[in-house]
Design a protein around this ligand. Structure first.
Ligand code: C5P
Length: 223
């Protein structure tokens, strides 16, 4: 039988990361953070002096991306590009803009396709992203589309950044989120839409523990 995949898609800040990590941990499955691949691609362009606007050159960077994910002693995932730790840089607001900009380039998505599918290893994979259920793993037996209102996602992001000691404005964050949502859902290649067979859950009205329980029930039901 095919190696099982749980595809977890949705906009940023809906709790996909938390949900996906909980699932991977409970099931002892592998984990794919596809957003990190786009973030590293954006960062790699900065390092290599390639403009995000130069589509052919960005695709070349994506094709040769030397990226590694290593869990450190404290349980944190460190992300490296060509052996250089870029974990912090890729999580900044600029890192998010870079990811979203390079992710709109079809040749970049194509270049990262096989690399994402390589994560599908026994006993199973939890894949976190925007197009896991629609493009990368269309045959995934379980697809979750996790969403939340823009206001709620902005509020969560605000709390996260505050906790990291970053100085941010809530209205500015909300604006950024709405802008990125619009860009992600209107792009012609792999737009952010639920797969037809996805279970749609809204975390604005449900704590993430409840979302997790709901998904675990679905996992058991589908064997
Ligand atoms: O999930 P994360 O916030 O790290 O993703 C960063 C950006 O990468 C998203 O805003 C989106 O534009 C892009 N992305 C994508 N497809 C994925 C994952 C991320 O286009 N599967």
């Amino acid at each position: 039988a095919a190696i099982p995949v749980i595809a977890v898609d949705g906009p940023s800040g809906a709790g996909k990361g938390t949900l996906s990590h909980l699932l991977a941990e409970r099931l002892h499955w592998h984990f794919l953070d596809s957003g990190a691949l786009y973030r590293v691609t954006g960062q790699a362009c900065l390092i290599e002096g390639v403009s995000w606007q130069d589509h052919a050159a960005v695709a070349e960077v994506a094709r040769h991306l030397q990226v590694s994910f290593v869990t450190d002693a404290g349980g944190e995932v460190r992300v490296s590009y060509r052996g250089c730790d870029v974990s912090r840089e890729i999580r900044t607001e600029e890192g998010g803009r870079g990811a979203s900009t390079v992710a709109a380039i079809p040749a970049v998505r194509e270049a990262l396709l096989a690399r994402q599918r390589d994560f599908r290893q026994p006993p199973g994979l939890v894949a976190d992203g925007r197009d896991m259920g629609t493009v990368v793993f269309p045959d995934a037996p379980l697809k979750i589309f996790l969403t939340a209102s823009a206001a709620e996602r902005a509020r969560r992001r605000y709390q996260q950044l505050l906790a990291k000691g970053e100085n941010v404005s809530l209205p500015r964050l909300l604006e950024d989120i709405e802008e990125r949502d619009a860009r992600d859902s209107s792009r012609s290649v792999a737009p952010l839409v639920p797969a037809e067979d996805a279970i749609v859950l809204d975390s604005s009205t449900m704590p993430i523990t409840e979302v997790f329980d709901t998904v675990m029930r679905a996992v058991r039901q589908r064997g």
